[in-house]
Every structure is written in C-alpha cells, then in structure tokens.
Ligand binder design. Structure first.
Ligand SMILES: [Cu+2]
Length: 113
C-alpha cells in the first residue's frame, strides 16, 4: 500500500468514526415542556436516558419547577415568563414533576433505558 493510499484509508476511517460519534450524540434529544395557564403543556412524557427536557415558562408570572423523585430530584428555582431551564435525565425511572407555586401542576416523566 502506498503512503497516499494509506492516508486515504486513514481519512475514510476517521470520517466513519466521526459520523458514528455524531450519530451517537444525536440520539440524546431535547424535548420542550412549557408552563402555560398554570399547567404543563403535557401531563405525561416519555424520554430516553440521556435526554433532556427544557422547561419553558410561557405564563406572565413565575413558576418553580421541581422534583423529589429518586430517579431525578431537582429544583429549577423560580423564573418568569420567557425563562427556560433544562434538566438531563441520566437514570431510568418515573419522575413526578411539580411546581412549588401552583400545587395543581403535575407532570410525570417516564425515563426509559
Ligand atoms: Cu407554577
């Protein structure tokens, strides 16, 4: 194999590896759940381990999204209209998401492997 042929093979291999990495990375998705009219835009959501959910506040007042579930506990704090924060779900399980300001708000996120 000449040096230039070898280099071409190496380039093709590097490209294949790079595209594999891109595909692997692309598997982690981000979904958006908004808070509007004192409710989450969905009541149930299924995501895969590694995915993230962006919580977008579309109400003209603040929400404080949090979870005490074992599979993922978090507290996004209070933020106003237009604000958004993301949570990445790194463990499988069922997660109850609530709002500290509006007790009627509820969302269940099922994180699957
Ligand atoms: Cu709220």
């Amino acid at each position: 194999m000449s040096r230039s042929v070898f280099m071409r093979h190496l380039a093709a291999w590097a490209l294949a590896l790079a595209s594999t990495l891109v595909v692997t990375h692309a598997r982690a998705a981000e979904q958006v759940v908004s808070q509007k009219g004192k409710a989450f835009s969905v009541k149930k959501l299924k995501v895969k381990v590694g995915d993230s959910v962006k919580f977008l506040n579309e109400d003209p007042f603040s929400h404080n999204v949090f979870s005490l579930s074992a599979a993922k506990s978090f507290d996004l704090g209070s933020y106003p209209q237009g604000g958004a924060k993301s949570v990445t779900f790194d463990k499988a399980g069922s997660i109850e998401v609530e709002c500290a300001i509006h007790p009627d708000m509820a969302l269940t996120i099922e994180v699957e492997k």
